[in-house]
Design a binder for this molecule. Structure first.
Ligand SMILES: [Zn+2]
Length: 365
């Protein structure tokens, strides 16, 4: 009898569970397209007959069961999740709450890594990705490898369904980039790196206009302190959990594509590309008056015009004002800087790639 010590043992029926495994060659990952409890109910319905997997792992959609492992079938015996592979595969189902594009949560990743590690140790399975479902392959795999049209010609058929993506591209990427390297690290005795690495996997949609809402997925987001779109920080963003950020695309200061990164105090994620749908169109910038138009350095003046919301500077001749603020899109208040010369100067308001027409201002003597 082979039970994983950190799983809850929940046999699907009493009595003899059927055929023994002929070999323990592959640990195979699946996604439930559903919840832990619903999957268990479906498996339990037919007891040892019908479809079932050895293990099931809960996710965030299962609330307090996130990362909880159920063992339904003793790993000395066959489960029926992999058709022609049933005699040599250990199967792990994972909850996705009904959405196959959901990445595994941190708790699920930790649970899968520990369980796969146990399988590798218990049955001397190599901690490496199998290239395909061909007989005799030994290692870590995923269901889609044995499903048409991805199955290689001489590969075992692991499902009669065609086009089933199980466990989904996001989870396949996590398996290859995160789980297998971490299992290898554990087996080699090297410590897992800390602090946890900040990872950014994708942005969706990957193009749009300023003001659009985008979803970022990755991991380590609980330590995020900012989201950058090229040189511009998003003003509005929030995380829901460790793997998900919602952000509002900020106004660009250049046209075309930018690299998006998630940042923490001491780390920057890998970058993913985002393209702005149109070249940024700057609202026109104009300055119509300065009031009063004659006063001394150190006094406050009110500048009237339009397009001031994105202003980046106010200049009196060649001297930038050190103290100024945007009241609204049509009004800026500035403190008149000390002049370089006596008499009159041209006042301008500028932003990144534009400046207003100049309005005359006279220093009072
Ligand atoms: Zn599957």
């Amino acid at each position: 009898m082979a039970l994983y010590p950190f799983a809850e043992w929940r046999p699907l029926a009493a009595g003899d569970p059927g055929s023994r495994l002929a070999a323990h060659d592959v640990v195979c990952l699946h996604t439930m397209a559903g919840f832990l409890t619903g999957t268990e109910a479906m498996f339990r319905d037919k007891g040892w007959a019908g479809t079932e997997s050895h293990f099931g792992i809960g996710g965030p959609a299962d609330l307090d069961k996130d990362g909880v492992i159920y063992q339904w079938v003793d790993t000395d015996f066959q489960a029926d999740a992999n058709l022609q592979g049933n005699a040599r595969l250990i199967s792990i189902e994972t909850s996705d709450g009904g959405n196959e594009t959901t990445p595994w949560s941190q708790a699920q990743l930790d649970a899968i890594i520990a369980l796969v590690l146990w399988c590798c140790r218990e049955y001397s399975i190599p901690a490496e990705l199998i290239p395909d479902s061909a007989q005799g392959r030994r290692g870590i795999g995923y269901h889609r490898q044995g499903i048409d049209p991805w199955r290689v010609t001489n590969g075992e058929k692991w499902s009669n369904a065609t086009g089933k993506v199980c466990p989904g591209q996001v989870r396949i990427t996590q398996l290859i980039d995160n789980i297998i390297p971490r299992v290898q690290q554990e087996l080699s005795g090297r410590p897992t790196p800390t602090p946890a690495v900040l990872q950014l996997w994708s942005i969706s949609p990957d193009s749009g206009m300023a003001g659009a809402q985008v979803e970022l997925s990755g991991s380590g987001f609980t330590m995020a302190t900012g989201v950058a779109f090229g040189p511009v920080w998003a003003d509005s963003w929030s995380t829901t959990g460790d793997q998900h950020i919602t952000a509002i695309v900020p106004e660009p200061i250049t046209s075309g594509s930018v690299w998006v990164t998630v940042n923490s105090q001491d780390a920057t994620s890998a970058a993913v590309a985002f393209s702005y749908d149109q070249s940024p169109s700057f609202p026109s910038l104009s300055l119509t008056s300065v009031s009063p138009d004659t006063t001394a350095a150190g006094s406050q003046v009110v500048l009237s015009g339009s397009g001031f919301t994105s202003a980046t500077g106010v200049a009196f001749g060649d001297v930038p004002a050190n103290s100024w603020w945007i009241d609204d899109d049509t009004q800026v208040t500035a403190t008149v800087p000390a002049p370089l010369t006596s008499g009159s100067v041209w006042v301008t308001v500028s932003k990144v790639d534009a400046a207003t027409e100049a309005v005359l201002f006279t220093y009072e003597t």
